[in-house]
Write a protein that binds this ligand. Structure first.
Ligand SMILES: *Cc1c(COP(=O)(O)O)cnc(C)c1O
Length: 392
């Protein structure tokens, strides 16, 4: 519906600068298909399908009853939460963090990732962005007026950026890395980070690492944090999330950690935008961080079983996709006979009632690929393979 206004109301220029939202058509088609009662298998959503672990829900119930948790929270979070994050980080990565200056809780890691550029990027500053990428990086850099320089992630290099190329760029202010990666599910090694940190130090590049999938890994191969590298704290900030680790996407809580100056910049921006995280959620998050590893292992095993079943099923019908080592995304080359990723996604929806995400939606270098998630049951994944068999 268009509403008459007494004068033209226009979006600000920065909104016009945003990259086009490529999923409009597919979203529309998906909604229409669902409304028409078609039995849609949705491999498009990156959101855990199983509930938040019950001990965390219980902790929230208790915390919410306490009026002390009803008021404005501290911007920088409960000191006890920051201490618990530091404990968790020490246990998981053997990295010591100062809870007062090197950790900052966030209203979900996306919030922090999206606000950071306002604190450290000036208009026209050049920023390296690995491509394909989680869309929030590009949007928030656009808002900050950054000049984005894309660094393609190629399958032949394990979806890691070519560091020889990175070294050749001039006047780069910052660079993003995201491992385990969304959408490719690729992981980074310690050697890669060592080399990257050395280059970044030599060239004065701030490193921004997004580790939302740190605890979703397979075959016992734990992803490494960039902060494990000696001296990384001098130049790097890393974003962590409760969302995927504990099935807490709707709760909106995460944290940033690393370099004090970068944390301070983020905190200054945030103080002017939000007033902290609902304190009851912070209290429950402390409980979440104390979760026994066995409980997380159950979740990892669930995704691993789905992964193995889906990848093997796809192979059996001739669609060969490497098994992800981490995260819950299957990132595959589009099958033969399809023009591009958008056409592939449209055909999947029209002919098989399957929703998948076209790679190009994550950046130009994502063209030729399609992303499918493991956040549905094994039975539904098997059903998806059967449907693919009929159309491929
Ligand atoms: C899910 C996701 C996030 C967002 O996590 P929240 O803490 O829920 O905001 C950040 N980065 C990547 C790559 C993600 O896939």
């Amino acid at each position: 519906m268009t509403v008459e206004t007494p004068f033209p109301i226009e979006f600000a220029d920065r909104l016009k600068e945003l990259p086009p939202y490529l999923f409009v058509e597919i979203d529309k088609a998906k909604r229409a298909a669902k409304a028409a009662g078609r039995n849609i298998i949705d491999l498009g959503i990156g959101d855990p399908d199983t509930p938040t672990l019950p001990h965390i829900v219980q902790a929230l119930k208790q915390a919410v009853e306490d009026p002390a948790n009803h008021r404005y929270a501290f911007d920088a979070g409960l000191p006890s939460l920051r201490v618990e994050i530091a404990n968790w980080f020490k246990n998981r990565f053997n990295v010591a963090l100062d809870p007062n200056t090197e950790i900052y809780p966030l209203v979900g890691s996306k919030e922090g990732l999206a606000h950071l550029p306002l604190g450290i990027i000036n208009p026209k500053d050049k920023v390296l962005l690995t491509d394909p990428a989680y869309p929030a990086y590009r949007a928030s850099l656009t808002f900050a007026g950054a000049k984005i320089v894309n660094v393609p992630l190629k399958e032949s290099s394990g979806f890691l950026p070519d560091l020889k190329k990175v070294e050749q760029f001039k006047d780069i202010k910052a660079m993003y890395v995201n491992y385990p990666n969304n959408p490719t599910s690729a992981t980074a090694t310690k050697e890669f980070y060592q080399e990257l940190v050395a280059i970044a130090k030599a060239k004065g590049i701030i490193l921004i690492s997004d580790m939302a999938y740190s605890e979703i890994y397979y075959d016992g191969q734990k992803p490494v944090s960039i902060l494990e590298i000696d001296g990384a704290k001098d130049i790097a900030i890393e974003f962590h999330s409760f969302s995927k680790t504990y099935n807490m996407t709707g709760w909106r809580i995460g944290w940033a950690c690393g370099n004090t100056k970068l944390i301070e910049a983020l905190g200054k921006v945030k103080t002017n935008y939000d007033s902290g995280i609902f304190q009851a959620i912070q209290v429950a998050a402390i409980t979440a961080l104390k979760t026994k590893d066995e409980d997380l292992e159950i979740l990892r095993n669930l995704y691993q079983e789905r992964r193995d079943c889906f990848i093997m099923g796809l192979r059996s019908i001739g669609w060969k996709i490497p098994a992800p080592k981490a995260a819950f995304y299957v990132w595959g080359k589009i099958p033969k006979g399809f023009a591009n990723s958008m056409e592939t996604a449209k055909a999947f929806l029209e002919k098989a009632d399957i929703v998948a995400t076209p790679g190009v939606g994550f950046g130009e270098a994502g063209e030729g690929y399609i992303r499918m998630t493991l956040t549905i049951t094994k039975d539904r994944l098997t059903e998806a393979v059967d449907r693919f068999k009929k159309i491929l």
